[in-house]
Design a protein around this ligand. Structure first.
Ligand code: ATP
Ligand code: MG
Length: 396
């Protein structure tokens, strides 16, 4: 008998009138994510997504890993469906979870009956099945308060399902219900985490990367594309806009006071990102900025950097400690790539004594010799669009 997955919906259960739209989006997202793994039927009943392999060739383990990364799912379990009667439920548990019970010292059965026409209450199901299991597994005693292992029985509309403990899902909201945003992606630890966090709120993401060849190498660019690919495991496919940034950096170096280099460079980044964002239908920018982390991330510096754009700038990491950011980077699998030692354009022409408390007036004065419009237009002409998805070959 085959195995199927039940994905329980998170916050979206609460969303009243929008619920249908959210569910449809989640179902479409799961369907798309299952494609590389073979033929799966994906449907929603009673606020649960069912993922059912349709033939033997389906890669069930691969599909399971992919389901763990789908936003909008609060928890998920692999289960065995069976007929809705006690004997069938008991047999399914023995066949599917019997080994787990033999390894545990204590257990309980927890039942849920969403099919109210089923003739027994949840408590009665648990008692009956628990009694039979206790007899068959004398080494595993019943402990309803602190069991080492819990067997779950769900009597639903189509069938009964038995499973062991559920696993936490990716949480958040289904990708696509929250609009689109443009993430400024460097090769560092922070910006991929920022992209992940905004994607988690149901936002489709796109990325922009500023590339200063030959001051930064092709490897630095490949690294960013690889980081984007790793984030797509959660966010779904993403386009990375690679912007040639060398000329802008050289012009800044040649005609602005050194203490403002980084700030002026960041202002160009924001403005160019906003232009690409508008072309591509994004409603916000996302950066990995973190208050106080470096000279360009003081409140004053952020004010000056943010002043060039009108779109909201989301900074999901702004109040976090580095430790917390690193923990997420490790969890989502971007950390090892982020710490590869290829230089980012921010480390090119870094001022020795950056201005930490700039005013907008000072920065406007410092950048007055630059022909912003021409430089920006030229950079935009050279944009290379690279689309990545998790199933592409790893880049680095
Ligand atoms: P990260 O770890 O994301 O590189 P950081 O702590 O090194 O961040 P900065 O170098 O000051 O911080 O950059 C701040 C933010 O500006 C980054 O999080 C990112 O969103 C954006 N950024 C910096 N460099 C680039 C780049 N080359 N291309 C695109 N965005 C960039
Ligand atoms: Mg950086």
């Amino acid at each position: 008998m085959k195995e199927i997955f039940l994905l329980k919906l998170g916050e979206i259960v609460l969303k009243g009138a929008n619920k249908r739209q959210f569910e449809n989006r989640l179902r479409a997202n799961v369907r798309r994510r299952m494609k590389p793994y073979g033929n799966f039927d994906v449907y929603i009943l009673q606020s649960t997504v069912y993922v059912e392999p349709m033939d033997e060739a389906a890669d069930v383990d691969g599909a399971w890993e992919a389901c763990r990364c789908v936003f909008g799912v609060v928890s998920l379990c692999r289960c065995r469906p069976c007929e809705k009667n006690l004997d069938a439920i008991y047999d399914a548990i023995e066949a599917y979870l019997g080994d787990d019970l033999d390894c545990a010292e204590s257990f309980k059965v927890e039942s849920k009956r969403s099919d109210k026409s089923f003739p027994m209450t949840s408590i009665a199901i648990s008692q009956e099945i628990g009694g039979r299991l206790a007899e068959a597994h004398p080494g595993c005693r019943v402990d309803v308060h602190h069991p080492e292992y819990t067997v779950y029985v769900e009597v639903r509309d189509l069938a009964a399902y038995v499973h062991g403990p559920a696993e936490p899902g990716a949480g958040g909201l289904p990708t696509g219900v929250g609009g689109r945003a443009m993430c400024l992606l460097s090769g560092g630890i922070d910006s991929p985490v920022a992209a992940y966090m905004i994607a988690k709120r149901g936002v489709e993401i796109e990325a922009v990367h500023f590339f200063s060849y030959p001051y930064t190498s092709q490897l630095a660019k490949d690294k960013v594309i690889e980081l984007a690919r790793l984030v797509t495991r959660y966010s779904g496919r993403m386009t990375v806009n690679v912007v040639p940034f060398t000329e802008i950096q050289e012009r800044i170096r040649d005609s602005c006071p050194e203490e403002f280099f980084t700030l002026i460079m960041r202002r160009f980044m924001m403005e160019i990102a906003q232009r690409i964002a508008r072309q591509d239908g994004c409603g916000a920018l996302v950066t990995g900025e973190n208050l106080g982390q470096v000279a360009s991330q003081t409140m004053e510096a952020m004010t000056v950097t943010g002043a060039v754009v009108e779109m909201p700038v989301f900074m999901p990491l702004v109040g976090m400690d580095k430790e917390e950011i690193v923990t997420i980077a490790r969890k989502i699998g971007t950390l090892d790539t982020s710490i590869l030692p290829y230089e980012d354009c921010c480390t090119v022409f870094t001022p020795k004594h950056p201005k930490t408390k700039p005013t907008l007036g000072q920065v406007l004065h410092a950048e007055r010799k630059l022909d912003r419009e021409t430089l920006i237009a030229k950079a935009l002409e050279g944009v290379e669009k690279v689309t990545v998805k998790y199933h592409d070959e790893p880049g680095v």
